[in-house]
Design a protein around this ligand. Sequence first.
Ligand SMILES: Cc1cc2nc3c(=O)[nH]c(=O)nc-3n(C[C@H](O)[C@H](O)[C@H](O)COP(=O)(O)O)c2cc1C
Length: 323
Amino acid sequence: MENFEEKRISLGRLRIASPLVLAPMAGYTDSPFRRIARTHGAGFTVTELISAEGIVRGNAKTKKLLIFTESERPIGIQIFGNDVNVMETAAQIVETFLPDFIDINMGCCAPKVCNVGMGAALLKDVTLLGKIAKKVVRAVHVPVSAKIRLGWDFTNLNYREVIHALEDSGVDFITVHGRTRSQMFSGKSDWNAISQIASFSKVPIIGNGDIASYAEAIARLKESNCAAVMIGRGAIGNPWIFSGKLPTFEERIKQIIHHIDLMISMYGEYGIILMRKHLVKYIHGFRGAALFRNQLLHAKERNEVIFLLQQMQDEYIKYNVTA
Ligand SMILES: Cc1cc2nc3c(=O)[nH]c(=O)nc-3n(C[C@H](O)[C@H](O)[C@H](O)COP(=O)(O)O)c2cc1C
C-alpha cells in the first residue's frame, strides 16, 4: 500500500493527504457516506450537486444539503447554475458554511439540469462557463474547482478551450470525467484524453471515470499525470477502495451496521430505506447473498436488518468451516 501521508498533495491552494478522492454523487454522497469515505482514507469528500438558485432563495431542503461534520474534511460543496450573479451570491453563502473548497458542476448529464442550460450544458457556452468560474473565484476566499466532461458530444470535444477558460478564471484545480455528455454513463471514460489534458493543463487535474479498485486507482494515477483520481460508483459498498485494505467478512458486516446507524441518526427510521441502495452494493458478490438480498431489501427496522446480517454471517462461517 502506498504511503501518501509523507507528501501532501497540492491542488492549487487545497492540500490533501491522499490522491484518491470521493466523487460527488446525488443521492449517495450524503454526510454518513462522506464520513465513511474519510475514515477509509479518501483525500477529500464532496457534497452532491446543490442548486445555486435554491441556496440564494434560502430553500430549507437545499440548506440541509450544505451541512457537514468536521470528520468529513477536507470537504467541497458543489454548486450548479448558469446565472453569473446567482452563482456569485450562492458561493458567498456557501462560504459561510466553511467548506474547504467550492466545486462548480459543469458536467452533470441529467436532462433536468442540462435542459435548463446548467451542468454539462455549460460546456456549449465557454464564454459563459469562464465568466461563472471567474465570478465564483473572485467572490470567495476558499479554493474553487470545476468538474467537467470532455465535451457535449463527439463533434464538440472542446476540452482544450474549456480548460484554458478555466485556467484563466483562476480555479485551483479541475476534475475531468472522461466522457462526453452525450455518452451519459455509456462507453468508457477516456483516460488517454484525461492524460493529455493533465499534461497541457496549467492547473492540477483530477482524473475520473470507471475506477473499480484500489490497484486500478494507483495505476491510473501513475499513468495519467493527474494530481489525483476521483472515485464514484466504485466506492459505493466498497469504501475500502480508498485504502486498498481487504476487509474480512466480519469487518464488512461491522461496516454495514455502522453505516445503518449513521443513516438512522441522520434520517431516523427512513434511513433504513435510504440505506437499501448501499446495502445491495455492500453484499454484492457475497456467497449466499442471494438468499438474504430480498429480505434485506424489504426490512424496515434496524433489528430486522441486523438479524438478517447476523444470519448471513452465520451461513458464511458455516460454509467456510464445512467447505
Ligand atoms: C448516482 C450518481 C450521482 C451523481 N451525481 C453527481 C453530482 O451530484 N455531481 C457531479 O459532479 N457528478 C455526479 N455524478 C458523476 C460522478 O461524480 C462521476 O463523475 C461519475 O460517476 C464517473 O465516475 P465513476 O465511474 O468513478 O463513478 C454522479 C454519478 C452517479 C452514478
